[in-house]
Write a protein that binds this ligand. Sequence first.
Ligand SMILES: [Mn+2]
Length: 319
Amino acid sequence: MIRFPKNKKIIIITHHNADIDAITSSTALLFGFGQKDIRARIGVANSVAKQARSILDYANIRVDINPDLENYDVIFVLDVAVPEQLYPMKIPENKEVIVIDHHENTKIRGTEELISPRRKATCELVLKVLKDNNVKITRKIANLLLAGIISDTNHFKFADKVTFKLAAELLNYKADLSFVFDLIHNPPEFSERLAKLKGVRDLDIYRVKNYLIVFSEVGEFEAAIARGIIALGADIGIVFTEKERELRVSARANSRIVKTENLNLGQEIFSKINQIVSGSGGGHDAAGSLNTPDKDKKDEIKKFILERLEEKLGELKRI
Ligand SMILES: [Mn+2]
């Protein structure tokens, strides 16, 4: 059992580009300390992710970027899978290190540890630490912990029955589910929204069986637009972007066509485009990409993709 340290200089540290689980688990622990009149700081490597900044506003907490860990006696390490994620911070020797984490490969050894790779979020483990130390789970702490859980489980998609039990417990502590969903909602920037809408203005659509294969050409955000086309109902979205020196192609397929047709965009199509253009192509089953300096080969590339898809799926009809 991890006990709160007394009369020590404490810092809670978490990974670079700190995400929602990292920030909510750290701030919830800090509030727990606060209830027991224990002072502490939060240190983050390099930066806080954009989607987690609203959490800091809600918690009304400031974090230190890359603080000097020599100034502290006890270092709580939260949500850090590998030590490289703390760079340029380095945990000095001879400090009391307490690790709380749900990652598989936590290479950081603590003098005390609560590491459980089966748990889905560091927040799930922080709830236990807070209760073990008789912290009253206020609505604010409950909201923070629930936000971390919802975020790291991708809105409960990776949750298990323990997660649901803990989420229900947090609701009993008066966590507000719709407030938490709003808190972690992260709408894309204006420029991305506009590019996405423009990207579906002029589509080239093909059909084979009940599959829809859709081409688009945009100025930027090609990967987001390929995903957006899938969200609108396409089975494969292929987006061309012409940059100053290169042509980029980004493709996405939904899981239905990948599974049913045993399709692999990376292996079967994008890693083979090198047969007709220079540059590099590749990907995996549900995603393919190509970067090529051969900007004049757009039509050939599209023809190549269509031919490979026809070999795989049958004759494509333009609609
Ligand atoms: Mn996490």
